[in-house]
Design a protein around this ligand. Sequence first.
Ligand SMILES: [Zn+2]
Length: 231
Amino acid sequence: MSTNTLNLKKNGHNLNGFSTTDIGDDHLYTGLETPMKKDAFKLSDNEKKQRIAILFEEIMDVMGLDLTDDSLKGTPKRVAKMYIDEIFSGLNPANKPKVALFDNKYQYNQMLVEKNITFYSNCEHHFVPIIGKAHVAYISSGKVIGLSKLNRIVQYYAKRPQVQERLTNQIAEELKSVLKTEDIAVIIDAKHLCVSSRGIKDDTSATVTTYYGGQFNKAEKITELHNYINN
Ligand SMILES: [Zn+2]
């Protein structure tokens, strides 16, 4: 099993003079923020669903599918609803999880690791699934967070068209801001269906991305974290 470990930079990079055709299947990403239009929320969710249903019906029609068939005729509306309400709901900041913090009454000052958070995302270059596990960890700066919120933050950023590097950094930045600490780690191990089911058709490789902030840059903290994740 091969693993591509990507070393992440905070600020991404531009296309370095290459066109998108030159880049082809090589997945580049251009920054921490998901690229959104300024008027991204001019339409309501219901208006977006109506538009998408019309456009998806057009795609199916162009491909030659018979939209009068009982099995197919509901598909455009189903896809539109799934895009807005489920798999891309993380594009809308209104859906961002509200996080309550609690005082660290137990004075627990070691790392807390929430491991094996299963998520489903979608590759923004092909719109096919990315399926993976996220492991997140933090060392409290005085406040603690409900455990399910760690999971919800991962799911929120996963529910966008994504690249794994950006997903990793967006989760890390959100945890840093919410928990008011640099001592954050995020490890994501994922399979990209655009690599396994098409293109190079490699079904055995997985992609690992990491973010280590603050104390998690120390070798002994990384070893400790990896021990918890792997046992
Ligand atoms: Zn892809």
